[in-house]
Design a protein around this ligand. Structure first.
Ligand code: BT5
Length: 326
């Protein structure tokens, strides 16, 4: 019942719904409505109640109704699962994907206790950030799964630019940077066989409304709050990211990966510069040249040899620390 009340309040956001109207829609007494509204308040929802006007939702924790309202996508976000706390949204997404959850399901957590980066690294995820995972079932081969990390980088950067007004850039393969500091990251996990992907879980982490003391000093990280000195509207940013994601997936299907890469290039902050690469062979210096049609990074080594990097950590020499090598 509490959820049904919440749904009605979300549908009428920015206006009052009278107690009488609520009890008519939901078929319970006005006293019952009061009790549930009190419970919603205890969960952190700010609901304004006026004797003559009724109840109006002002603000509250993330929830599926608020995230769905006005989203306007066809598939991405057709199903939201929201938790106050999780170990990792990617972990829950993988479990749900295994048990058949629908394509486009999005898992959101207010806080992660065991947020993950690549190669088992930790991802600091306190309250105030955007921590979400998308479950996708694309008809692609395993080798093409990495394209989705680049596509997601574009979606996240564009979503942040549109809905939070912050000029975030992308660093190959999975970093979102602002002023050469990490403001977000992407973790793509894949299940399938060589010929056919079963599902992809794409995790997006963004340091949104996070204060400096929550980001460990050695991280070379920043947040939108630190940079802009104001809180951003998490729901609007999540929705903007998801709608860009859906747009880019359609672009991928209709025009091919090269069309996505064109947008990626516009947002990239790691091209035509000196980079330090760390891969299975060790650490080496290079100049980044371009992104290849297959999504690998094209670099020129110090001996002049031009090569493609498929899997590595890259840092911008003289601009960032080695934070992501830990
Ligand atoms: C990433 O890994 O950048 C992927 C981050 C993905 C996080 C999302 S949140 C939702 C979903 N659920 C999850 O559990 N994960 C995804 P990588 O490139 O390996 O970078 C990890 C490194 O970034 C760490 O070793 C730290 O040095 C640094 N780091 C950790 N937390 C950070 C933060 N909040 N902001 C900036 N840097 C951070």
């Amino acid at each position: 019942m509490k959820d049904r009340i919440l749904k009605v309040l979300v549908e009428h956001q920015d206006e009052y719904v009278s107690g009488e109207e609520l009890s008519r829609i939901l078929g319970i007494t006005r006293a019952g409505i009061w009790k549930h509204i009190e419970n919603l308040r205890l969960e952190g929802y700010i609901i304004e109640s006026q004797t003559r006007l009724g109840h109006k939702l002002i603000h509250g924790p993330l929830n599926p109704y608020i995230l769905s309202k006005g989203l306007g996508t066809e598939n991405i976000g057709c199903n939201f699962i929201v938790r106050q706390q999780l170990d990792s949204t990617n972990n829950l997404a993988k479990e749900l994907a295994k048990s058949g959850v629908v394509n486009g399901t999005v898992i959101v957590a207010e806080e992660q206790l065991g947020g993950k980066g690549r190669q088992g690294r930790n991802w600091v995820s306190p309250k105030g950030g955007i921590w979400l995972s998308v479950v996708l079932r694309p008809q692609i081969e395993l080798k093409d799964a990495a394209c989705y990390t680049l596509l997601t980088g574009v979606a996240a950067a564009r979503g942040l630019r549109d809905a939070a007004g912050i000029e975030v850039g992308i660093k190959w393969p999975n970093d979102l940077l602002f002023n050469d500091k990490k403001i977000g990251g992407i973790l793509t996990e894949v299940q399938g066989e060589w010929q056919a992907v079963d599902y992809l879980v794409i995790g997006i982490g963004i340091n949104a409304n996070i204060t400096a003391e929550h980001l460990l000093p050695g991280l070379n990280a920043t947040s939108v709050l630190i940079e802009k000195n104001r809180e951003i509207h998490l729901v609007r940013v999540i929705q903007a990211i998801l709608s860009h994601f859906e747009r880019l997936e359609k672009l991928l299907q209709t025009k091919g990966f090269s069309a996505v890469l064109e947008e990626w290039r516009e947002l990239a902050v790691c091209l035509n510069c000196e980079v330090l690469v760390k891969d299975h062979s060790g650490e080496w210096n290079a100049d980044s040249i371009d992104i290849s049609p297959d999504g690998s990074l094209l670099v020129r080594k110090e001996d002049g040899q031009v090569t493609k990097i498929y899997s590595a950590d890259v840092s911008l020499r003289g601009r960032e620390g080695d934070y992501n090598f830990t």
